[in-house]
Design a protein. Structure first.
Length: 147
């Protein structure tokens, strides 16, 4: 193929990808319930609890009628470590539309202590600051739950 055709294909692919991303975000705007779950505790029991709450919300409302984001910061970031025992549960929740946000401030600070940044779960999206992300979501109509 000629370079111009490759460029046209690349632009078309970018536009389609952007369209799907916008539609996914638009669906959350019309969710019956919007919930941000905070995890800032290293306790494995609390990690399990926050995942249970997310799962219960998905079961109650259905994945298309609830917007859920779990925001991890401080010691709670351990939930989103790549080697966390809950990796399969996180993957299952992502399949039902649950989003996971990791605080970049915490990641940087843990990286200093560990000597390298912690490897995060592939489903975790890094945000500038966990607390700021929670505040932004509350401004968008999300209810904060800290199990």
């Amino acid at each position: 193929m000629k370079p111009a055709i490759w460029k046209a294909w690349a632009i078309a692919l970018f536009c389609l990808t952007s369209l799907f991303a916008v539609n996914a975000n638009a669906a959350n705007e019309f969710a019956e319930a919007k919930v941000v779950l905070q995890i800032s505790d290293p306790n494995p029991f609390k990690q399990t609890l926050v995942l249970n709450v997310a799962n219960n919300l998905v079961k109650h409302y259905g994945p298309d009628r609830v917007a859920i984001e779990i925001v991890a910061f401080g010691p709670g970031l351990r939930l989103l470590f790549a080697d966390n025992a809950n990796t399969d549960r996180i993957q299952s929740l992502v399949g039902n539309g649950v989003k996971f946000s990791a605080c970049s401030n915490t990641t940087a600070n843990m990286g200093k202590k560990l000597g390298h940044p912690p490897k995060l779960n592939k489903n975790a999206v890094t945000v500038s600051a966990g607390v700021v992300r929670i505040l932004d979501l509350q401004k968008q109509g999300y209810s904060l739950i800290k199990p």
